[in-house]
Design a protein. Structure first.
Length: 129
């Protein structure tokens, strides 16, 4: 997937090398659904060429540690990026505090719930009609 120009400055200079390495370690196939890079599959009655991408599990492009990166097909990557916990579309790095990743969904859900409960506890000014 192309890098959103709004966040390009957050990626390391060697991102292309990192991306190539992660895809090679995954044997050029999606680590979640197994779709091989470059293969053609039928989706919604159309031929679609699988393009392998590299996803940041915590949605922070600055964190390029191997345990935070997954080689995903574009379908799995987009689905993951659209997860319900991705609340702050204009600030993806802020999601780092939510610890959104495939291995700790329960923890992330607990933290999100805590944030919302804290928001509810915050006093609000009286409403005037």
């Amino acid at each position: 997937m192309p890098i959103d120009p709004r966040w390009a400055a957050l990626y390391p200079d060697d991102w292309k090398d990192i991306s190539l390495r992660i895809r090679a370690q995954a044997n050029q196939q999606c680590q979640w659904c197994g779709a091989p890079n470059g293969s053609t599959v039928q989706r919604h009655d159309k031929d679609v060429v699988i393009v392998l991408t590299v996803a940041h599990l915590n949605h922070d492009p600055r964190d390029c540690s191997d345990d935070n990166l997954r080689a995903l097909c574009q379908r799995c990557h987009i689905t993951y990026d659209r997860a319900p916990l991705r609340l702050l579309d204009d600030a993806p790095c802020a999601l780092n505090s939510l610890m959104v990743n495939a291995r700790s969904f329960e923890l992330a859900h607990h933290r999100t719930t805590t944030i919302f409960l804290n928001m509810l506890r915050t006093p609000t000014p009286p409403h005037f009609f």
